[in-house]
Design a protein around this ligand. Structure first.
Ligand code: COI
Length: 355
């Protein structure tokens, strides 16, 4: 049940005349794990170089109980998507950006990382091996989850002696159950997801465990998710548990600048460029929580959430509402971005990679 990962010249063509699809309910995809056929597996040698990637049947993995990732959280993940075009061909969205972000995170977490080329080739191999799980156009996308972990055994606190790079995939639909309907956020000012000098700016697994408490409490009160404030002034917007945040006022779109405590989202960066190309002014700066009151629209961005409109934000018991439907600016940016991602519009940005 092991396939040697193919070199690009040996890779089967992505073009299929009759599209063979897995037998699942494509009309009701949410954001839950659907096991697929293959996962990618690559270990590094003692010198920290990754070699010999393999595609294996998707399934459980074996780890030493003393693995660095299990004991000390030495792990990173990425998230990107593959879309099926109308002609059946497959598009990846900016995979090199994820490879570069993983490299940056690995440096912070004292881990070796695959080269950008290894990362992108591994993503392509994994997607093609699971081609039948890529949703038909308009039904969703294939979410690709690369992981990098300290798989070697450690007892005393130290970087692990061995690392594993793994990729699994799952077809997904909307992240929030609301779909494109606006989500309701609550501002959290006591629990923080990141601190200056910490790891908030990299995609380490612990950042996500750290938000679960506030997120669970918010969901129990009926909110969709939590909006975090900076931990020093408890005043400036940071991000939502799983996505970045944007505030629209007139023709100006503002988003918190990247300063170590905010994840440098690839959708965030793409939306900034899309918005500028559409004639909006975009400011990356400190955005005060008070600005939410005056805003015309608020929206979130992320690989999983894409562009998600915010219907209300509650802060210290006061609720600011932005309407029941998606705002015009959020809709415009969502449409331009997703048409490009799905191959429905010309990719003037050169962001998509066709398989
Ligand atoms: C993504 O958008 O890809 C993320 O990594 C967020 C995750 C919590 C689903």
């Amino acid at each position: 049940n092991v396939l040697q990962a193919s070199s690009s010249s040996l890779r089967p063509s992505a073009t299929v005349s009759a599209i063979e699809l897995a037998d699942i309910d494509w009309d009701n995809l949410g954001f839950g794990l659907q096991p697929t056929d293959y996962m990618y597996f690559m270990k590094c040698d003692q010198g920290g170089t990754f070699t010999k990637g393999q595609l294996k049947r998707f399934g459980n993995i074996e780890l030493n109980p003393s693995a660095g990732v299990l004991n000390y959280g030495q792990g990173l993940f990425e998230g990107l998507k593959a879309y099926r075009k109308e002609d059946g061909n497959i598009l990846l969205f900016r995979p090199e950006e994820n490879a570069l972000r993983m490299k940056m995170g690995a440096e912070r977490m004292c881990m070796p990382s695959p080269s950008v080329e290894q990362f992108v080739e591994a993503v392509k191999d994994t997607v093609l091996a699971n081609k039948r799980w890529i949703p038909p156009q308009g039904k969703g996308s294939l979410y690709i989850r690369p992981l990098l972990m300290g798989s070697g055994a450690v007892l005393g606190l130290a970087p692990a002696p061995e690392y594993t790079f793994l990729i699994y995939v799952s077809p997904v639909g909307n992240y929030f159950k609301e779909g494109l309907a606006p989500i309701n956020l609550i501002v959290e000012s006591e629990l923080h997801r990141a601190t200056p000098g910490g790891t908030g700016g990299v995609k380490t697994i612990g950042n996500y465990a750290a938000v679960l408490k506030a997120q669970s409490a918010a969901k129990a009160k009926g909110y969709s998710d939590v909006l975090y404030l900076d931990c020093v002034h408890k005043r400036y917007l940071e991000e939502v548990s799983s996505c970045n945040i944007f505030v629209v006022k007139g023709n100006v779109i503002s988003t918190p600048s990247i300063k170590g405590t905010i994840l440098p989202g690839i959708t965030r960066k793409s939306i900034i460029d899309v918005a500028r190309s559409q004639g909006f002014e975009v400011e990356e700066r400190l955005v005060s929580v008070d600005e939410l009151v005056e805003a015309d629209e608020v929206f979130c961005t992320g690989t999983a959430v894409v562009v998600s409109p915010v219907g209300s934000v509650t802060y210290h018991g006061k609720k600011v509402s932005y309407g029941d439907g998606i705002g015009a600016v959020s809709q415009q940016l969502y449409t331009v971005l997703t048409r490009l991602q799905m191959g429905l519009a010309e990719d003037n940005m050169n962001w998509t990679v066709e398989l």
